[in-house]
Design a protein around this ligand. Structure first.
Ligand SMILES: *[C@@H]1O[C@H](CO)[C@@H](O)[C@H](O)[C@H]1NC(C)=O
Ligand SMILES: *[C@@H]1O[C@H](CO)[C@@H](O)[C@H](O)[C@H]1NC(C)=O
Length: 386
């Protein structure tokens, strides 16, 4: 056959296949780093010292939104910040200039990100963050949210969710919150995060009316609770929830004090984020971890996971995948970046198009000498390697 008619035949075949639920089998996954772009570079450019804590999400209309903390004067977690955002309407090929969608003013213990949660049913994008998380010359801390009704172009004024949730110290994410796709509690927004170092644990906040009203859901508390921790105490910390096809929520958790292992904790909710039964908790020794915020995503029945895969240092950002909902991991793994790498988050567009089935996007902290140097987004072709 001529190349041209081969292509026609191929594209016919592909469009036929796209009528089926899934074109590719999970067994065919051989990921390839396909495209990479630096979205933010730290180093006192303009009004910003350091960019950290990247979040990434598609909108219901298929735009890609990236967020980060723009730390104004210091690289530390404390201090004044903006929430920086960049937007792509061509699936990550080109990006808008950076805009600042929230400014915490002169707060000495300013904002910390955060979770981005998309409400598909109402076409909303919500970003939840915390003010005064560290109680440094301020009290109490406040859980705040902003929302966009126009695909990320404009953002509401900040709203104080502590009015409904009560005053508690809660840092959402970092990563994404979920909208339940399956029962129980289809449509619920679930945002999980963690508490202070003493009052730590995984906590989830929930909304059953598209972000109008919020209430407190599950808690998996640290031990000893509300007391100073020692190395190897039980301290669940930053976390990423994903929903499995059976409607349960699996939360992959930072093991702050290396309880039991230098690896990830995993806990599961069967009631839409109301409870996290201790019987579901396990330690995934295959997912070695230096205590960091990691990425997780479920796409077409496959669970993906990213972290700096090292027991002690934030280096070797690695993508792993599981065909068994995290009970086991495939032997192959994709090294995304060998050098310094920190927090990461994964997203992907679920549509009926074959193109969108092929790619996931990973945003992560990346550097040569330290992971705080840049924030990079990489597009990964799941079936592009060999
Ligand atoms: C948020 O609301 C809580 C509870 O009403 C209040 O204590 C806190 O000061 C508020 N925070 C801000 C930033 O307005
Ligand atoms: C990077 O992580 C992978 C997956 O855990 C591991 O197999 C590999 O040995 C690591 N490489 C280095 C240099 O640590």
């Amino acid at each position: 056959m001529e190349t041209g008619s081969r292509l026609v035949a191929l594209s016919l075949l592909l469009s036929l296949l796209s009528l089926c639920n899934s074109t590719f089998s999970p067994k065919q996954i051989v990921p390839l780093l396909y495209e990479e772009q630096l979205l933010w570079v730290s180093g006192f450019e303009g009004e910003v010292n350091t960019y950290r804590i990247p979040l990434l999400s598609f909108t219901p209309k298929g735009s890609l939104l990236a967020f980060s903390e723009a730390r104004k004067t210091t690289s530390r977690d404390l201090g004044q910040k903006f929430i920086a955002m960049r937007r792509s309407t061509d699936k990550g090929a080109t990006w808008s200039p950076s805009s600042f969608i929230v400014d915490d003013g002169a707060h000495i213990d300013g904002l910390n990100l955060g979770s981005v949660v998309v409400d598909e049913e109402h076409g909303l994008v919500i970003v939840v963050y915390v003010l005064c998380f560290n109680h440094y010359h301020c009290s109490p801390s406040s859980i705040m949210m902003v929302e966009s009704l126009d695909d990320g172009l404009s953002w509401s004024q900040p709203r104080n969710l502590s009015v409904q949730l009560g005053v508690k110290t809660f840092a959402p994410g970092p990563g994404f919150g979920i909208q339940k796709r399956y029962n129980p509690a289809k449509g619920r927004l679930v945002v999980c995060g963690h508490g202070t170092l003493e009052g730590n644990g995984v906590f989830c906040i929930l909304s059953d009316d598209h972000g109008k009203n919020w209430y407190n859901g599950a808690a998996l508390k640290s031990i000893p609770y509300n007391q100073q921790k020692r190395e190897q105490d039980f301290t669940p910390d930053e976390c990423q929830p994903v929903e499995l096809a059976d409607g349960s929520i699996v939360i992959n958790v930072r093991n702050q004090n290396n309880y039991h292992c230098r690896c990830r904790m995993v806990v599961r909710s069967f009631d839409g984020g109301l409870t996290l039964p201790i019987e579901t908790l396990f330690f995934d020794r295959e997912l070695v971890d230096p205590a960091v915020a990691a990425g997780a995503l479920v796409k077409n029945g496959v669970l993906y996971f990213t972290n700096p895969s090292h027991e002690l240092h934030r280096v070797n950002l690695t993508l792993r995948w599981s065909l068994t909902d995290g009970k086991s991991w495939e032997k192959k793994a994709l090294q995304i970046w060998a050098g310094p790498s920190g927090y990461s988050s994964i997203t992907s567009l679920d549509s009926s198009s074959v193109e969108d089935e092929k790619y996931i996007f990973v945003i992560y902290e990346k550097g040569y000498k330290s992971y705080g140097e840049t924030i990079s987004v990489t597009k990964i072709h799941l079936f592009g390697g060999r």
